[in-house]
Design a protein around this ligand. Structure first.
Ligand code: 13P
Ligand code: SF4
Length: 343
């Protein structure tokens, strides 16, 4: 393919979401990245929250956390460039110790991953002996290493139901835990204020934590009421990191890829996504016939760190290399591999 054909393809795809002069600049960078990617035998994985010019130009695979983990587990390339956040790149490294995994930005964290430490998990195990620990994949490797099994928004219910235990510890997202508790019919408690285990009079089968996604916690039931007043036939899709009240008031809730598939497979006059706002643009570019409403107060500052410019530098300089100490990696791999098998 020539650069001119590549540029025309990018214009066709992005014309309704990115200004034309910007497409030209982005196409030049993306063209360089794609050349270098081949030369260095690299694969680029792009999360659904990447900005549209990146999402639609350089990834070999796009998807949600679960889908990208599965692809990372199977790749035969020498280098994995993860256009996502640090916990995603770490998960790829956990599954591929012999490969080079690059994250194009030094920071690209996640408020959920920051909300819990390995010591917190050990303390919870001591408070609830024998209770299995399910950890959301949005955590760092040392926390995964303390867990029995990981999950993503794509298989959280299936992972909880796969355990041979009535009671589970589910960390660290308070809202995802609340949504899974509802789906599985479990009573949930949050032990952060407890010093010595749960009150024996309490009836509970799930133990949560107080982490939250700084993006999804901002959506409210009032947002939904306001949008429905203006667009009575709108279909509202909420990521399960939104509060249980918001999920209840919406029409559909699932992982980012399942939301995209739901929009592909249905015909509604309008759609509203209650999730990171770049995803609405990515869907608008891929499915221009769909009317995507925007409630774009919030762009995830961590996902926003990953740009085409930084991805080019990452490939040129082999930066930033993700390392996970082997002792932690081995224990984390058990929990991640178990997750990949489920759901
Ligand atoms: P998904 O696994 O649904 O892609 O979600 C990842 C994430 O970070 C949501 O905020
Ligand atoms: Fe973390 Fe939320 Fe950003 Fe996802 S959107 S990476 S959960 S802060």
């Amino acid at each position: 393919m020539t650069f001119d054909v590549f540029l025309e393809e990018m214009k066709d795809k992005l014309g309704n979401v990115v200004p034309e002069p910007e497409i030209y600049i982005k196409a030049e960078i993306a063209w360089e990245i794609n050349k270098l990617k081949k030369e260095k035998n690299a694969v680029i994985l792009g999360h659904n929250y990447m900005e549209p010019a990146l999402f639609h130009s350089i990834p070999d695979f796009v998807g949600d956390s679960l889908g990208l983990s599965r692809i990372a587990a199977q790749t035969d390339k020498d280098i994995i460039v993860f256009c996502g956040v640090r916990f995603m790149a770490e998960t790829a490294k956990i599954l591929n110790p012999e490969k080079t995994v690059l994250l194009p930005a030094k920071k690209a964290g996640c408020s959920l991953a920051e909300s819990i430490t390995a010591e917190d998990v050990r303390n919870l195990r001591a408070l609830f002996p024998g209770v299995p620990v399910v950890t959301y994949v949005n955590t760092y490797a040392d926390v995964k290493a303390e867990s029995d099994v990981c999950c993503t928004s794509g298989n959280a219910k299936a992972v909880v139901e796969s355990l041979d235990s009535d009671t589970v510890i589910f960390l660290p997202d308070e809202y995802l835990a609340g949504n899974v508790a509802k789906e599985t019919g479990k009573q949930i408690i949050f032990p952060s204020k407890m010093k010595s285990g749960a009150d024996p009079n309490l009836d509970y089968q799930m133990i949560g934590w107080h982490g939250r996604c700084e993006v999804h916690e901002q959506f409210t039931v009032q947002d939904i009421v306001d949008i429905r007043a203006e667009y009575p036939e709108v279909v509202i899709l909420a990521h399960p990191e939104c509060s249980p009240e918001v999920v209840d008031a919406s029409d559909f809730s699932a992982s980012t890829t399942a939301m995209i598939h739901h929009i592909e497979a249905t015909q509604a006059p309008q759609y509203l996504l209650l999730t990171e706002c770049a995803m609405g643009d990515n869907i608008a570019a891929a499915q221009p016939e769909k009317d995507m409403l925007r409630l774009c107060r919030v762009r995830c500052p961590h996902m926003n760190e990953i740009t085409l410019e930084d991805t080019l530098t990452a490939l040129q300089k082999d930066q930033y290399v993700i390392e996970v100490p082997e002792e932690i990696r081995l224990r984390a791999a058990r929990a991640v591999e178990r997750m990949i098998e489920i759901g």
